[in-house]
Design a binder for this molecule. Structure first.
Ligand code: ADP
Ligand code: TRP
Length: 338
């Protein structure tokens, strides 16, 4: 069976853009593949600089995926920081990663370009963590003989760098590392936020998956609309409420709402209430599971530690191959399985 792997950076409270764009498709993929999904907490350290926040966001992300249906018996689900083999492989891979490749990686390049534009030193505020980010990501992937990596389009370059690093390593040592492929969702499934831009925590325009009903309602009421009166006919495809509603409505309800937009007689306030009720109903059962998990972080830790133990068995095997290829110690603290 092919293996799929993806990392989730715990940098914000999960929103419905994350749900539709990442969580839902990844859970579907896990039905038919050997899936390894992990919380990329050390990647988040490039931006999250507060221990309590990083810990809490890691739990939030873990609880969200579990509440949305991730089955930790089937999917190997773990925290990156619980798999120390990752960081040893990161060093080995950094010896094969061309510095020029990393100079061109988009996050680093964007930071440098912004500094230059502001007349500052090009590397002002740039850490080696930001620069090496793609190498750590390559280690996450290559450590598990991954075939496919579901990611957003913005991560495609990181997958190309991963393949380049693996190929450079294999060029010297033979067929040791498996080259992964990115799986990028077809079409433009970008979910718009409250203000009509892409829903993103950076724009403060999100609807959080598990906001308590009162807060959920508040977020929905903030959706920006034009000033048409209830009687005016409206274009549903230009409406920020409809843009979200269409992903959650039953087909019949959607069709009649669409008609009301086109014919007039639909008030934005009422439509927001409908969206709120639809989202509230859609997420209520999962929200209960989420709240129960967040109230029992020992249970979350136990699930993640069990995942890490299973992940490390695979990691030790792959790292053993790498060590033996490069000529460092053949054995490893975690027993090799073969
Ligand atoms: P944010 O933009 O809030 O910072 P991230 O960049 O952390 O979100 O995205 C995490 C995952 O969720 C990625 O796989 C990304 O493609 C997906 N995602 C984020 N926002 C959206 C959106 N508005 N529509 C569709 N998918 C999204
Ligand atoms: N860089 C990814 C992001 O920002 C997160 C990530 C870390 C990842 N390691 C990974 C994704 C390995 C896929 C595979 O979303």
């Amino acid at each position: 069976m092919t293996t799929v792997l993806t990392g989730i950076k715990p940098t914000g409270t999960p929103h419905i853009g994350n749900y539709l764009g990442a969580i839902k498709p990844a859970l579907a993929l896990a039905e038919a593949h050997d899936a390894r999904y992990f919380i990329a907490d050390y990647h988040a350290l490039t931006t999250v600089r507060d221990a309590a926040t990083l810990r809490d966001l890691s739990y939030q992300v873990a609880a969200t995926w579990l509440a949305c249906g991730l089955d930790p018996e089937r999917v190997i689900f773990y925290r990156q920081s619980d798999v120390p083999e990752t960081f040893e492989l990161t060093w080995v891979l950094s010896c094969f990663a061309g510095k020029g490749w990393l100079n061109r990686a988009h996050a680093y390049k964007a930071a440098v370009d912004a500094n230059v534009a502001a007349g500052m030193d090009p590397d002002d505020g740039v850490t080696m963590g930001l620069f090496n980010y793609p190498v750590l990501m390559a280690a996450d992937i290559l450590l598990f003989d991954t075939d496919r990596v579901p990611v957003g389009r913005d991560q495609q370059q990181h997958l190309e760098i991963t393949r380049d690093i693996a190929a450079a390593f294999n060029h010297v040592y033979g067929d040791v590392l498996r080259l992964p492929e990115a799986v990028i969702p077809e079409g433009e499934a970008t979910i718009t936020g409250l203000d009509g831009r892409k829903m993103s925590k950076s724009y403060d325009n999100t609807i959080n998956i598990f906001a308590p009903p009162k807060q959920l309602r508040k977020q929905v009421m903030r959706i920006v609309t034009d000033s048409r009166t209830p009687d005016d006919p409206k274009d549903p495809d230009a409406c920020n409420i409809y843009a979200i509603y269409r992903y959650f409505a039953e087909p019949d309800a959607l069709a009649s709402v669409r008609e009301a937009y086109l014919n007039g007689g639909l008030a934005y306030g009422a439509m927001k209430q409908t969206l709120f009720e639809t989202l509230d109903a859609a997420f209520a059962p999962a929200r209960e599971r989420y709240n129960a998990l967040m109230a029992d972080t020992d249970r979350l830790d136990a699930i993640l530690m069990d995942g890490a133990a299973r992940a490390r068995t695979i990691a030790a095997e792959v790292l053993g191959r790498v060590r033996s290829a490069v000529g460092t110690a053949f054995t490893h603290p975690v027993e090799r399985t073969s």
